[in-house]
Design a protein around this ligand. Structure first.
Ligand code: C6P
Length: 427
């Protein structure tokens, strides 16, 4: 394909997203930054999202007006801090359709939430030769905790394969899901391929055989309406920082009877009912799993992020990302020099696109694009087994969120074409 054809923008225009993107962009102060003399084009929201002014202000206001420890003081300030903290828990519960607020446990991030389940549930329930079913597309956060816990229990880890198009090979389910499978721990959405997995169908299969289902929803909850009851998940893990909230706050949702039956993951202040010289008893849910002073300001800021996303409307967020992804896929597929990974159809995937330039290493590509103000991620994306399956040591990756525009996709494509020309000239 000649470069002129490559630059041509596809005619396949879709209905413009109902999301007020330009208005939303004004809410994100960082988007006004210039990087190497060009406006920032931030295409790495799968790693972490930018924060709207309201989240930044809510955190600052908490420290200015309400800072005190939670669940401890009888004085007004502590009661107010506790109230804000617990209200944020309620917002998270409503956002994902949890039946009860006490099913929401605040952790540091998705990683800690999955470790909590692997240790607290896994150590108590897994036995020799039990099986833990993961998939080939998992992030290290949903691999390594199981690799740590399995040998302590004698359990075995298995991985459901994927097809070349980046979808799960569910037709091979019976080969990998056996009478010994106790838990299926699976990404709701791949952080590399963008694949949105058929969770309700996976949960139905697992539950029919008495196994549990844990969802790594780090790339799921932030991007579309999410209903834990409809998905019938037993555990769901996700991170605030991937949905406009601050770093240092994650969530574990759990089915109540499971959480009630589990021992604490960490011990210390706030998670106990009584402590004597002989031992201790545990607090009620959810505090049983929240040892020590939590990230109070972060949780309250997360509540503001949830309000912001809810006001935008998660159905509109999903549609906006799907339209951008459809547009970006069309433009990338028109470039001879670029290979795209994951499902071809934007309706089957989230707004994350892993790709490689045939002549340029992803790290070089990311560096060249950075000179134009374009931030993409390059590397193994904490998914080394998936890289091996793709036959790549690394890929480039662009990911979208509520503030990204078609013009930014165009800037990426122009950057890719310019990088190709630059490499041809310098070889
Ligand atoms: N993926 C990415 O650039 P933490 O770091 O605990 O908030 O999230 C871990 C995690 C777990 N599962 C999935 C599917 C993820 O995408 C991530 C984070 C980032 O893809 C950082 S490696």
């Amino acid at each position: 394909m000649n470069p002129v054809t490559a630059i041509a923008r596809p005619e396949r225009d879709v209905m413009p997203s109902a999301l007020p993107v330009e208005r939303a962009r004004a809410d994100f102060p960082i988007l006004k930054r210039m990087i190497h003399g060009s406006p920032l084009v931030y295409l790495d929201s799968a790693a972490t999202t930018q924060k709207p002014q309201i989240v930044i202000d809510t955190i600052a206001e908490y420290y200015r007006q309400t800072n005190a420890n939670v669940h401890r003081g009888v004085y007004a300030l502590s009661a107010q801090a506790t109230d804000l903290y617990e209200k944020a828990r309620g917002k998270v519960a409503a956002f994902i359709g949890a039946e009860k607020t006490d099913q929401i446990i605040f952790t540091r991030n998705t990683t800690e939430a999955i470790n909590l389940v692997a240790y607290s549930w896994g150590l108590a329930h897994l036995q020799t030769n039990d099986e833990i079913l993961l998939t080939e597309m998992e992030h290290h956060s949903n691999l390594v905790p199981w690799y740590l816990v399995a040998p302590k229990t004698g359990a075995v880890v298995r991985h459901l394969p994927i097809h070349d198009d980046g979808t799960l090979a569910l037709e091979r389910w019976k080969e990998f899901f056996t009478p010994k499978t106790r838990i299926v721990a699976v990404a709701h959405t791949s952080n590399v391929l963008g694949t949105i997995n058929p969770i309700a169908s996976i949960a139905a299969r697992a539950h029919a055989a008495g196994a549990l289902v844990l969802l790594d929803a780090a790339q799921g909850v932030p991007h579309a309406p999410f209903d834990v009851v409809a998905l019938d998940a037993d555990f769901v893990a996700f991170s605030a920082h991937k949905m406009l909230g601050p770093t240092g706050v994650g969530v574990l949702y759990g089915r109540r009877e499971l959480l009630e039956g589990m021992d604490p993951f960490l011990g210390g202040g706030d998670m106990i009912r009584t402590v004597t010289l002989q031992g201790a008893t545990w607090n009620d849910l959810p505090w049983k799993f929240e040892a020590g002073t939590p990230n109070i300001a972060g949780v309250i800021g997360f509540g503001a992020a949830i309000d912001y996303l809810s006001a935008l409307g998660m159905d509109k967020v999903r549609r906006h990302e799907m339209e951008l992804t459809d547009y970006a896929l069309a433009r990338m597929n028109a470039l001879d020099s670029v290979d795209v990974y994951g499902p071809a159809d934007a309706t089957a995937r989230a707004g994350v696109i892993a790709f490689n330039h045939r002549r340029i290493h992803p790290h070089d590509l990311a560096t060249i694009l950075d000179r134009r103000g374009i931030a993409i991620r390059a590397g193994h994306h904490c998914a080394q087994p998936l890289m091996e399956r793709l036959g790549q040591s690394a890929t480039a990756r662009a990911s979208f969120y509520v503030y990204n525009t078609r013009d930014e996709v165009d800037a990426l494509i122009e950057g890719l074409i310019a990088a190709g020309k630059f490499f041809e000239r310098n070889q």
